[in-house]
Ligand binder design. Structure first.
Ligand code: AKB
Length: 324
């Protein structure tokens, strides 16, 4: 059943920007399940035929294109998921800044002029840097990001707060940890190893890990990430007390701990550690996240731990392999 916006009696209609990405592709399906296929429009730079329902080829760095899609489909909410991530972003810092910021500012500005109800903006643990406490990093702390992706996310969070304070635009945001899921592939992140490792293990290949064995990072299982996003976006406005971005925790593990868990299922699995520039990025990030504000304000709690995540990843991916 489609949701009705009580004030304008307009049906909720969602545009996903970056719908082909790791999170976007799964979130599109979840939203379609929740409010109906016809109420969710997916968009990205290319049509890879991943989605049901209407799809728009859209470059969010183009304001006019974005506004036309929003007006044409009578969109009431945007989920803006397009960004260049931490590791890839370092290969061309100025382009990363340009794309990440321009797309966000266009989304915020189109949302303002078209009077949208709500916007979702994904931030990241990459907003933290070496000055923040690594252990149970709190919501309010130093933000000195050390990647251009992190700098763009920290600036983006502040822009979201600005649009809320100045224009009343209901922008909501989460600081995602590394998202681990079987449904889609990541691209360009420092936490991507935690998905690649499963694919290599199931293909009986040695996994060359670009992080050190003890590089502990915050992660979240895809199902939890989707659940948190849907929950944050559906609670009444008054419950949202953080207008930059909420810390969000799932679980934390090291490459060694993950490899050990995988070996319980695949005893011959081999991992070789060959840390590269991504190790330095990982070292600048928290090891665990304190998300008590999200728990308190809108009732967040994760459901998956390392054991269940590993079991589900292996069984879902091996089923996919069988059907290929
Ligand atoms: C990355 O590794 O860049 C992302 C993130 C933690 O935001 N997965």
């Amino acid at each position: 059943m489609a949701l009705i916006n009580k004030h304008k009696m307009k049906k909720t209609k969602i545009l996903l920007v970056g719908a082909n990405g790791q999170l976007g592709s799964v979130l599109t399906k979840a939203l379609q399940q929740k409010i109906g296929v016809a109420q969710v429009i997916s968009s990205d730079l290319q049509d890879k035929k991943l989605h049901r329902g209407a799809f728009e080829i859209l470059d969010a760095t183009n304001f006019d294109q974005l506004r036309k899609v929003v007006a044409g489909h009578q969109i009431t909410q945007i989920y803006h998921l397009a960004a260049i991530l931490s590791a890839k972003g370092e290969s061309d810092p100025l382009r990363t800044w340009d794309i990440n910021m321009k797309a966000l500012l266009n989304v915020l500005e189109v949302a303002r002029v078209e009077k949208l109800d709500r916007v979702f903006y994904p931030s990241s643990i990459a907003v933290f840097g070496s000055s923040a406490n690594k252990s149970f990093t709190p919501q309010q702390t130093f933000l000195n990001p050390e990647t251009v992706y992190g700098i763009s996310k920290a600036a983006g969070e502040n822009w979201c707060q600005y649009y809320y304070e100045r224009y009343g635009l209901d922008v909501r945001s989460l600081r995602y940890p590394g998202v681990v899921g079987y449904q889609s592939l990541p691209g360009g992140g420092t936490t991507d190893y935690a998905i690649d490792i499963f694919h290599k293990a199931l293909h009986s290949e040695t996994f060359y890990c670009f992080l050190k064995p003890d590089a502990r990072l915050p992660m979240i299982f895809m199902e939890d990430a989707i659940e948190a996003t849907l929950k944050l976006m559906s609670v009444p406005k008054a419950q949202i007390k953080t207008r930059t971005s909420y810390n969000l925790a799932g679980l934390s593990f090291t490459p060694h701990e993950l490899a050990t868990e995988i070996k319980k299922h695949i005893p011959d699995f081999k991992i070789v550690y060959e840390p590269d520039y991504r190790q330095k990025i990982a070292e600048s990030w928290p090891q665990e996240i304190d998300d008590k504000e999200a728990r308190r304000d809108w009732g967040w709690h994760p459901s998956y731990n390392l054991r269940s995540l590993t079991e589900i990843m292996l069984s879902e991916l091996s089923q996919k392999l069988e059907t290929v």
